[in-house]
Design a protein around this ligand. Structure first.
Ligand SMILES: Nc1ncnc2c1ncn2[C@@H]1O[C@H](COP(=O)(O)OP(=O)(O)OP(=O)(O)O)[C@@H](O)[C@H]1O
Ligand SMILES: O=C(O)[C@H](O)CO
Length: 544
């Protein structure tokens, strides 16, 4: 568990990223200048991560995208007349802050609202002094908390029913705002009878544990839900529906964010069958699920899609927006910076291999003045091949190369940024999250790579890797993510910790919590936003 002191820091200084107190005596480092350099690289990493989070804080995003002038509401250059006819519903981890900002903007125009938000969020926000994310005392919006551990539960079901009830009663004169963010699927469960909440929970748990992607998971969820896959917008017809969406899915495909309650689905029950077959779940499926899948075809024809003319969906926050601000911060800290990709996805092990190869490649290119580093072009080909295999269409290796060229002249340190969401295949019973697991896999990759590259290459450069979830909660743990570096595995061995054993048990949180008094854990507390994960690779030549 995180120490009481760590928790104290988190509670009292929650507006900033806090990571545990640096304890040099446990580091086995050679001198204080090395410690200070590692220290500052980490602090820079944290500041860059914080800048990414700040860029997509719900109240900032809403205020940036929405203006009211008299009875005209402007959203990204589109105008919506308002005349005390506005209703609001919402579901997701970032929705409370979005709703607070909306009620301020809407004033008297807002008549009623219901939002479904994570359990305990209001208490945490008031305890941490984030009043600006809370609803007003005289609010017209009912905030219902549920989905403990990000799983649909009875409380979330009640909230979903209230939301359903509210939108069903609307007329063509009404304007309905739908606030949507990541975590929304679990906060809006409305299983189609006879499927029960427990059955739906069982199925989604099974799929997640087998490594199904969020796209696959949400395709299945849509088929079994009354409100997902466009169901909410259909229920609200003929009211004008305006969705404000904080995207937490790769490529910002709105069909998948919170399972797309205001987006017509293009999927069919056949797609759902294929997914269940792929994960060997077809035969063990509950009878009720079989029944619903044999009845309903959610695939919409052209005419039905046109009925969505009453719906406008706006993206107000995304991973790309967060990375753009992270890049500005990194540049202001003096790093030559490049964004590699905003769609990093795939198994954590594969992603760790890619990052490890990239780090070795960058160090090798930077050290190319010395003729012994001859494998550079081979490495580049390997990276390009991996990028193709991993289907990362936007991966900017060219941008990275330009940066390296510039760096060879300017001698500035480098920061490479990336975003997206990996998947973890759960085999063990440990505690962890995809960011901590990615960091630990990367540390292991760098450790194994030592035998493949000239001995001094990694020691010539200080390399710090950071991976963190912008929602501040990596899996079911108290941490947002973790740091990694090339000698982490050796240092852990010296403390009697075998990184590989922990990974085999999906126990990355326990590893990082034990190792070096937990200094490599990143603990932010819930940030109340969610645009997937961010990685930063910071590389600084040791001579500097
Ligand atoms: N022991 C573990 N080690 C590594 N990853 C884990 C472990 N337990 C759960 N996870 C991963 O954590 C994720 C679930 O965490 P969480 O509920 O925070 O998901 P999320 O994707 O952030 O949620 P949402 O998309 O709804 O915001 C899954 O990707 C799961 O594979
Ligand atoms: O809620 C969900 O479905 C995920 O967070 C993706 O949006």
């Amino acid at each position: 568990m995180i120490t009481a002191f760590g928790r104290y820091l988190w509670l009292h200084f929650n507006h900033q990223l806090i990571y545990k107190t640096w304890k040099p005596k446990k580091l086995h480092l050679h001198n204080t200048s090395v410690i200070n350099k590692e220290m500052s690289l980490r602090q820079h990493g944290l500041q860059i991560f914080q800048a990414a989070i700040n860029a997509v804080l719900p109240q900032n995003m809403i205020k940036k995208n929405i203006n009211i002038e008299g009875d005209r509401l402007m959203i990204q250059n589109q105008c919506f007349p308002v005349h005390k006819n506005v209703y609001l519903v919402g579901f997701g981890k970032a929705v409370l802050g979005m709703a607070a900002a909306m009620e301020e903007i809407l004033g008297d125009h807002l008549l009623q609202g219901v939002i479904s938000v994570p359990l305990g969020i209001q208490k945490i926000l008031s305890e941490t002094g984030k009043e600006d994310m809370l609803l007003k005392p005289q609010t017209k919006i009912q905030a219902m908390e549920g989905a403990k551990h990000n799983l649909p539960d009875e409380n979330a079901l009640k909230a979903a029913n209230s939301i359903h009830h509210l939108v069903e009663g609307l007329t063509a004169d009404d304007l309905l705002f739908v606030l949507i963010s990541g975590g929304g699927s679990a906060l809006l469960p409305a299983p189609i009878p006879p499927v029960t909440l427990e059955e739906k929970q069982y199925l989604t748990k099974q799929l997640a544990a087998k490594g199904a992607t969020i796209q696959e998971l949400n395709t299945v969820r849509k088929m079994l839900s009354l409100l997902k896959g466009g169901g909410l917008a259909r229920a609200a017809y003929p009211a004008q529906v305006v969705s404000l969406i904080m995207s937490d899915v790769i490529g910002d495909n709105l069909e998948y964010v919170a399972s797309g309650p205001t987006v017509p689905t293009l999927h069919s029950k056949d797609d759902c069958h294929k997914i269940l077959l792929k994960y060997n779940l077809l035969s063990s499926m509950p009878e009720s699920v079989k029944e619903v899948l044999s009845q309903s075809s959610m695939k919409m024809d052209k005419e039905e899609i046109q009925t969505f003319a009453h719906v406008c969906n706006f993206i107000v926050g995304s991973n790309a927006i967060a990375l753009e601000k992270a890049k500005c911060k990194s540049e202001s800290l003096g790093y030559n910076t490049s964004v590699l990709s905003t769609v990093i996805s795939g198994d954590v092990k594969t992603v760790a291999k890619l990052y490890s190869l990239l780090i070795r490649y960058v160090c090798s290119v930077l050290a190319a003045a010395s003729s012994k580093y001859v494998h550079v072009s081979k490495m580049k080909d390997e990276i390009l091949q991996m990028v193709v295999n991993m289907e990362l269409p936007d991966f900017q290796l060219d941008g990275c190369l330009e940066l390296l060229e510039e760096t060879q002249h300017s001698k500035k340190p480098i920061c490479l940024l990336a975003g997206g969401e990996t998947t973890v295949r759960l085999q063990g019973k440990g505690k962890g999250g995809r960011n901590q697991e990615l960091a630990l896999h990367l540390a292991l990759e760098l450790h194994h790579a030592k035998s493949k590259i000239p001995q001094d290459l990694l020691t010539k450069y200080e390399v710090i890797f950071l991976s963190g979830g912008t929602d501040g909660q990596d899996g079911p743990t108290e941490a947002a993510g973790a740091f990694a570096y090339s000698d982490l595995v050796d240092k852990a061995f010296a403390e009697g910790l075998n990184a590989e054993d922990f990974l085999n048990n999906n126990d990355s949180f326990t590893f990082f919590n034990k190792f070096n008094n937990g200094v490599d854990l990143i603990v932010t507390g819930l940030t109340n936003t969610n645009v997937m994960d961010m990685q930063a690779i910071i590389i600084q030549p040791n001579e500097i």
